[in-house]
Design a protein around this ligand. Structure first.
Ligand SMILES: [Zn+2]
Length: 338
């Protein structure tokens, strides 16, 4: 699906089923129609499609057959979105990969969650270019991004943070162990494209890497950034919300033109830049509420119910992800995380 026809991807919400024919409701409907028309004109004038700001594919009006989706971000740079779970499974958000095509091969940042899904990603790259995949950067070492890595060609070099390499080694499974590591920064030159692999600090996995394209101003954030998906510390509780917040601030300070999330939709650069700020605010809320409840000696079992998430309570999977995230804040405050 091309970038230009996003409007067709994002159906409007159906009208409310509770409509009466009273003069009042007719007047209200007329006002709503006018307001919608005005906002559509403003949106069109700005060249923006109307989108619902959520990671929930169902609410955005998608079905499973709409995935995977390929979005061109710049010349030879693509984001690839596949559905994480099933559309009715309460896991209806996207898992994203970055594809950088150069005259000296292809670099991919993060794979997908199964061999079949990553095979589909490899096939999509094969339709974009005849260049071979040379590098795969493991920005996030959780299964939803690496479980399919054996589907990449055997000649690929995997690059990960030492923490992620160790995590993959411990699994002793079929996932290829990264041959090379980056613990701070590494610059690759492929053809005339400069690609920086960065570690800005621990966040979701502990070995969180980012991929930055200085010429294009594109920063693929790995699992440091989810677009309108409540911060998750992962099934293995590797996330550290307090450090995560500082890592997001470092990414913001880079003033990239576009921040690409590992989960949630790859919207326009303008929307994503706003949503990175909102994601940082969600972490700030979690950390400040965690500190408040911890200082008041509120036991965790009670804190889950007393936390004030404000606007973030309505974010996709907030109810699922908040309890573990709050627990990690408590453990971080107490210095009990390894
Ligand atoms: Zn993930």
């Amino acid at each position: 699906m091309g970038v230009g026809d996003v409007g067709a991807d994002e159906p409007e919400h159906p009208a409310s089923p509770t409509q009466t024919t009273s003069r009042y409701s007719l007047r209200m409907r007329a006002l709503l129609v006018m307001a919608t028309a005005v906002s559509l004109v403003i949106g069109a004038a700005r060249g923006q499609a109307q989108i619902v700001r959520t990671a929930d594919a169902t609410v955005r009006g998608f079905s499973e057959s709409d995935f995977p989706r390929l979005k061109k971000l710049a010349e030879n740079v693509y984001a690839y979105e596949d559905l994480n779970g099933s559309i009715d499974g309460n896991l209806a958000f996207t898992t994203n990969s970055l594809i950088v095509v150069t005259t000296d091969g292809v670099l991919v940042a993060d794979g997908q969650g199964s061999v079949a899904k990553t095979k589909r990603l490899v096939d999509a790259i094969g339709r974009l270019t005849t260049q071979p995949i040379r590098y795969v950067v493991v920005c996030a070492d959780h299964g939803d991004h690496i479980a399919g890595n054996s589907a990449f060609p055997p000649s690929v070099t995997f690059i990960a943070h030492p923490t992620s390499k160790a995590a993959i080694e411990r699994q002793k499974g079929t996932i290829p162990v990264p041959q090379e590591t980056v613990s701070g920064r590494r610059t690759l030159r492929m053809g005339d494209t400069e690609i920086q692999i960065l570690f800005l600090g621990r966040a979701h996995t502990g070995g969180d890497l980012q991929v930055y394209l200085p010429r294009e101003g594109i920063l693929f954030m790995g699992e440091v950034f989810f677009n309108r998906l409540y911060p998750s510390v992962g099934g293995n509780r590797s996330g550290r919300p307090i450090e995560w917040l500082e890592t997001v601030k470092k990414a913001e300070a880079m003033k990239a033109k576009m921040y690409v999330p590992d989960h949630g939709f790859v919207d326009s650069a303008e929307v994503l830049n706003e949503e990175l700020v909102n994601f940082r605010r969600a972490l700030e809320n979690l950390v400040s509420e965690g500190r408040r409840l911890h200082a008041a000696k509120t036991p965790l079992e009670t804190a889950y119910r007393n936390i004030n998430l404000g606007e973030f309570q309505y974010w996709y999977r907030a109810a699922n992800n908040m309890p573990d995230a709050l627990r990690q804040v408590y453990l971080e405050i107490e210095g009990k995380l390894p």
